[in-house]
Design a protein around this ligand. Sequence first.
Ligand SMILES: Nc1ncnc2c1ncn2[C@@H]1O[C@H](COP(=O)(O)OP(=O)(O)OP(=O)(O)O)[C@@H](O)[C@H]1O
Length: 764
Amino acid sequence: MKEHPDYQEELDRLTFTKVYMDSVIAAQQSDQETLKKRQESTVASLDFKDSSLKYQDMLTHANFMKMSREQLENLKKLRKKPYFARIDYHRKEKPEREIFYIGKVSLFDRETQQPIILDWRSPLANVYYEGRVGDVSYEAHGEWYEGNVSLKRQYSIEEGKLLDFRDIDITTKDDLLQDSLSQNADHRLTEIVSTIQEEQNRVIRADLRKPIVVQGAAGSGKTTIALHRVSYFLYTLQDIFRPEEMLILAPNRLFIDYMKEVLPELGVEKARSTTFVDYVQLITGHTFTVQTQHETLMNVLEHSGEEKAILKMAEWKGSMSIQTVLDHFIQHVKKEFLVEEDLKIAGFRVVNGKKMKKLFLEDYSYLPFYKRKEKIRQILISDVRRKKKVMLEKMTKKYDDELDRALYGIKDADKRKRRVSFLLDQKDAKLKQIETESKKAVRVYMKQYPNASLSEYFTRFYKEEELFDTLLEKYLSKEDRQFMRTHTLEQLNKNKVDAEDLAMLLYLQANLYGLDPDYKAKKVVMDEAQDYSYMEFVSLKRALNTDLFTIVGDLAQGIYQYRGLKQWQPILEHVFREPNYLTLQKTYRTTMEIMEVANSILTSMDANLPLAEPVLRRGDQPSFHYLGEEGWEKALYEEYKRLKEEGFKSFALIGKTVKECQMIYHSLSSYFPNESLQFIQGNEEMKKDSVIILPVYLAKGLEFDCVFLVNQNESYAKEELDRKLLYVAMTRPLHRLQFWAQEQASFLLNEVDSKYFNDTQLSK
Ligand SMILES: Nc1ncnc2c1ncn2[C@@H]1O[C@H](COP(=O)(O)OP(=O)(O)OP(=O)(O)O)[C@@H](O)[C@H]1O
């Protein structure tokens, strides 16, 4: 590197940037207010018609100057690695080329407003990620700019020191990516802004106003890219969206912890990250215990007896048909809101009932039923208040006229006296009647409207047998209907619901009550989306009333296929308007050797999915170890020790089920040093230096340097579900994969070409 003609220039640039950052940090610490004002006045004096990048960037800079303590800390961190790339760019209309350094956030010269560092999310930075050197164009704020990139350079900077730099042209491979992939993982996801690949960049920057569905192979960066898209989204639309309005849905709490590490790095830590189950519970405020899809899956894997009927019911509860049925049920409920009685007070018609019905059916048709009811109540209150005055006046006038007539018309003094006194009493009584009836009229009138809770409606759906049968007979046999009714009602008696019921609850909540604004989200990210049912997508969309969804998943990993999606089509065609659909085929997590074995399993599935293409990274072949031999536990421990000595940091032992994992834990715990094994079966947080034992369904989405697939008792069968579980398990390691079982067939390795793995018994 030192021989490079630009070496000194690059060194000077880094020094300049760091010194500049130091001055910003010092200035921020000493005089935050003055600086802020100065920056704001510079921005204020700008030509607002200038829609170019510069203006937008300067606004960003103004925000940047309004640094919070947290941001200041970030800047200090960034000083260690201020940028990772450079582009030399010549914009068509400009006289000369400009040099831009790209980093995690932008930094501008306070005096000249020239960028010292360009944010990776800025429009111009797109040309770094897309294509190679040569003619390029990019879009910024609706306008296209053309130009030429003559140089793309990558830097390795650590602790503020320039370690290396290299240029990328058409022929060079991405060394930075290779370096980054060969690193070891320590149970957490990292940001990848310096090595985002072209196909990934396309997902990150795809039209932000449209929903997007991404089918990506295992390890293709779906989770990582979805989070980078949120970061890009917040940067680009920062004037419209706040991070708190983002909702990130992950499969379980373990996964959220794993993902969370990368959120502050990307500036999206304020987004709400949760599971679908927790989110629905929060929105609906219900207190049911939820039988999760994992528990159902476990029952199936461990053969509980009723599994066929349970699976069928789960599938049905998540299907497209249930939406139609629920819509009918909602229409049925709606009839109870169609009050058309007039509201009368002391004989006066204060409110026309037909008008109320019209309000409900037409004017407020965009609102959930109970919100419409509330609107009507408010209208009634104000109508009654307004008309009370008129009624009192009219009533007073009526009696005053009568009194006049009595006073001047009745000649007989006694008669007149009686009549006047009678009229005065009457007047008094009538006015009082108006007063008292006005007070309670609305309350009484509103009693005609239903007043039931969400769980009452939900229970009713199952309880009213005749209605239930009428609604469902087109879709399910009598036997299936019966099973579904009794099963769900039994669960409800125990204050329990199935995970699949949550979508129905959310759908009812959205249609009947709506959502508390505090829980609303304007943009939704769904990871492991293949595991969601059709009804879950529909209910989320209905409840949140937004199209801004980023949906990433892999059908090949659809281990909850009994309830989840088998294809993306229904979502693409029926849930969203004109969604974008993109695929990620390259896989970055694992080595070519591991991917060859995993792809053999993928080929044998029905899914008809493209094979994952690993980026060129080599490692040891996966190995098969005989677990039947005495002392296998010690042998496994020795393998672990050997790999640890090689420098690998994170290890997992993956079993097919929780029971299998219990067995593995039991067998191995006396061989591993105290506390170094951690058995995860739910939401426990993973300890950093432990060897993790966990069932496949919980390992989904996670990654480890080395993975041991262990099979003491439960083999993977040739059926679809088991193939998917196996595929998920095989695609977890970054570097090493070992199979431990009594026979190769336990991992379906008898179907895999033996040249792809090493049988340790044979090679002895
Ligand atoms: N462009 C990249 N540069 C460096 N590392 C990358 C890149 N893309 C992905 N990775 C790494 O590849 C690994 C897999 O990424 P991620 O977990 O996001 O993939 P995924 O598609 O969600 O996987 P799965 O479906 O198996 O859960 C992570 O370690 C991630 O950091």
